[in-house]
Design a protein around this ligand. Structure first.
Ligand SMILES: O=c1[nH]cc([C@@H]2O[C@H](COP(=O)(O)OP(=O)(O)OP(=O)(O)O)[C@@H](O)[C@H]2O)c(=O)[nH]1
Length: 677
């Protein structure tokens, strides 16, 4: 892309955004960056007192967020990213660091401290470049920087403050406001990068990428550039070499454009350089397997040593400004396709093989068998699952390479197999979070539908007729609930997803004011059960088709609590049970807008002011592979599609539901709540 040659340099690389912030996802995807989303599990609890300046705290938190993901991925996701991006935004005023408020009082405290004053917003950013070496070791290179923007708030009256707090907007935002939304009304002026306040300094980020990939200015000696650190653990012909002029005192940035940006001080770093050796797919990365180099001066010394080494490696010629002449460093002319590039394409091409291996092992109850009898060899497994020895061995080995099984070699004997933790938690059919039911649905329903994806894309409609030879006017009545066997399988699938996601949805918002809820299309009641578990004062009515309700007793042992009840009916045709809160979990994505309007209209008719609708769906905003592929899934399988959070807010607004609040749960589903005005 002409507009952004730097972002386009990342095409073909596995870029990972280690952030759950929907704003960061949006800023980067709007800039055309294709990335995978792996939110960091790093808890933001560093001791602020240990940092000399607030931006150091933001940078260190950003580094820890990114490092946590970079070191988790090879083990938990079984792939090594090329680049991991982490960020942390803080607000500073009167010597205090403000992060996200923990409750409304905290938001009040923050916003009143900002009223009528200028404050600073710092976003620290860490870019980790990962290099997987032939011997399975991973080298990490860390670039980090920060950006400062000054923001002045108008004087805020108590009424204004509380109205804003009650909108729900402050809760997931640094300093307790969102400048991009209602919070914009509180702001008198902004000096500096607006997107930095929103959560990601895009311009500064692009400059850093440019520096990394185009070697701009680096030849003339900037290790510390514009608040940036570049720490190399290994010389790499694909990365800018550090100048031999660099030193621990930090040379001045030479680029005029860079020095005009805010946040020009170089930030001291105490971050270690990490190297990790990947041993096998089962190992957890412990600190002991890391080589740590502890001080900044040590980094710089190491970097200089490495530079001298790297100067000996053959690099293409440069001009005096450090630009490459006729060469592109990321794609050396003579080296042919890079291993990582090919790996990414092959991974995508092989995705269906991995899925089918998982489906087959699950369908043949391999995980259940190895749970009850761990340590069987291929011949023993083959005998138990009534399959060929040769086929079973291939399947077991594939599962080992996918991280689903572990194998143990034995001298002069065949290896034996057992479940990995992942299989124990999610693939056993009797595990509390078992996805067995959903996997069966994927194998028997989604798989045949996806084999007609091209037709689905051409025609813009589901493929039940091609896949199953049946015309369906209503996919639920005509396909999913057409036979007992298929119905039970579908209900099992919905049940397992509801169990895995239920708690995150039920606890996404403060629902303490609601006494009654109605879970429309609530199937087996698994989601309803999570709601009653999380909210002791709440009773939930599950409203679903008679064919579903009659079968839900198969799942009833779950409902030991009599606060969950079932009512049979069709939510498009029949009167809805009265409730304070209507739950629509994975319902609206089945239907086109016309039908969604019919349903929301009925909910609006049944609601009085103060009642609410809670929608749980996968929102498209982050453009993650999961959400966009899920939208293809809805295309091939239903009449519906996945939507963005603003599309849901618009649909709800049209039926008198406002004060919309969205939570990204870090689980499969996101949640939106809106109140009848
Ligand atoms: O004007 C705005 N200011 C800030 C925000 C959002 O605030 C949060 C800041 O929190 P943090 O940096 O800790 O990031 P998280 O949301 O927890 O996500 P990670 O997974 O990356 O830790 C951030 O989301 C900003 O976007 C805003 O929206 N407007």
């Amino acid at each position: 892309m002409v507009l952004n040659p730097v972002i386009s340099k990342l095409a073909g690389k596995l870029v990972v955004l280690a952030s759950a912030s929907p704003r960061r996802q949006e800023i980067l995807s709007n800039a055309g960056l294709r990335f995978e989303l792996v939110p960091s599990w790093f808890k933001e609890t560093l001791d602020k007192g240990l940092f000399k300046a607030p931006h150091e705290y933001a940078v260190e938190t950003a580094k820890q967020k990114a490092l946590e993901v970079a070191r988790r991925m090879p083990f938990k996701h079984l792939k090594t990213p090329d680049i991991v991006i982490g960020a942390d935004t803080i607000v500073t005023v009167d010597g205090m660091i403000l992060e996200k408020p923990v409750d409304k009082q905290d938001a009040y405290r923050m916003l009143s401290s900002l009223s009528g004053k200028e404050h600073s917003v710092f976003t620290g950013v860490a870019i980790i470049l990962c290099h997987e070496k032939e011997n399975d070791e991973v080298d990490y290179q860390l670039v980090h920087f920060y950006e400062e923007t000054k923001v002045k708030f108008a004087d805020l009256s108590e009424d204004m403050l509380w109205e804003y707090i009650n909108s729900g907007e402050p809760m997931d935002k640094a300093g307790g406001y969102g400048i991009q939304a209602l919070g914009g009304m509180l702001v008198e002026y902004v000096h500096g990068d607006f997107l930095n306040v929103v959560g990601f300094p895009l311009n500064h980020f692009c400059k850093q990428l440019d520096m990394i990939y185009n070697r701009l200015e680096l030849e003339s000696g900037s290790v510390h550039n514009n608040g940036t650190h570049l720490i190399l653990t290994q010389p790499s012909p694909n990365l800018p070499a550090l100048s031999k002029h660099s030193s621990s005192s930090g040379p001045r940035p030479k680029s005029p454009s860079a020095s005009q940006t805010n946040g020009t001080q170089s930030s001291p770093s105490d971050s270690p350089i990490h190297k990790v050796k990947r041993k096998d797919t089962e190992s957890e990365v412990g600190e002991s397997s890391w080589t740590l180099v502890n001080s900044l001066s040590k980094h710089t010394d190491d970097a200089e040593t490495e530079l001298r080494d790297s100067e000996n490696t053959k690099l293409p010629p440069t001009t005096s400004r450090g630009h490459m002449i006729g060469h592109n460093l990321t794609e050396p002319e003579d080296s042919g396709p890079k291993k990582e590039e090919l790996q990414r394409i092959i991974e995508l091409m092989d995705g269906f093989k991995a899925s089918k291996a998982l489906f087959t092992a699950s369908e043949m109850c391999v995980f259940d068998l190895l749970q009850s009898q761990p340590g069987l060899d291929a011949a023993q497994v083959a005998q138990e699952i009534k399959a060929s020895e040769k086929g079973t061995e291939c399947l077991l080995e594939a599962c080992v390479s996918l991280g689903l099984l572990k194998s143990k070699e034995r001298k002069y004997q065949r290896p034996v197999y057992k479940n990995t933790d992942l299989a124990k938690r999610f693939l056993r059919s009797d595990a509390p979070f078992s996805l067995h039911g959903y996997i069966q649905h994927c194998n028997n329903t989604v798989w045949p539908l996806f084999s007609h994806l091209e037709s689905a894309v051409r025609e813009g409609s589901n493929q039940h007729e091609k896949a199953f030879g049946k015309k369906s006017k209503d996919v639920f009545q005509d396909t999913f609930y057409n036979s007992q066997e298929i119905k039970l399988r579908f209900m099992n699938a919905m049940h397992s997803i509801a169990k895995v996601t239920g708690k995150a949805i039920a606890t996404a918002f403060d629902l303490s004011r609601f006494k009654t809820a109605c879970d429309l299309g609530g199937c087996t009641g698994a989601m309803a059960y999570e709601f009653t578990k999380a909210h002791p004062g709440l009773s939930v009515t599950v409203f679903d088709l008679p064919a579903v309700v009659e079968m839900s007793e198969h799942f009833h042992p779950l409902h030991t609590d009599n606060r969950v009840s079932f009512v049979a009916g069709d939510f498009f045709k029949d009167e809805l049970p009265k409730a304070d809160l209507y739950i629509l979990a994975r319902i609206l994505h089945d239907w086109p807008d016309e039908k969604v309007h019919i349903l929301l209209n009925k909910i609006a008719d049944a609601s009085t002011p103060g009642c609410a609708v809670l929608i749980a769906e996968t929102m498209l905003d982050g453009q993650t592979a999961y959400s966009t592929l899920q939208s293809l899934n809805m295309l091939a399988q239903t009449e519906g599609l996945e939507r963005t959070e603003s599309q849901y807010a618009d649909l709800l607004n049209k039926h008198g539901f406002g004060d919309t609040c969205v939570i990204h749960t870090k689980n499969f589903l996101d949640a939106v709540i809106a109140v009848k005005m």
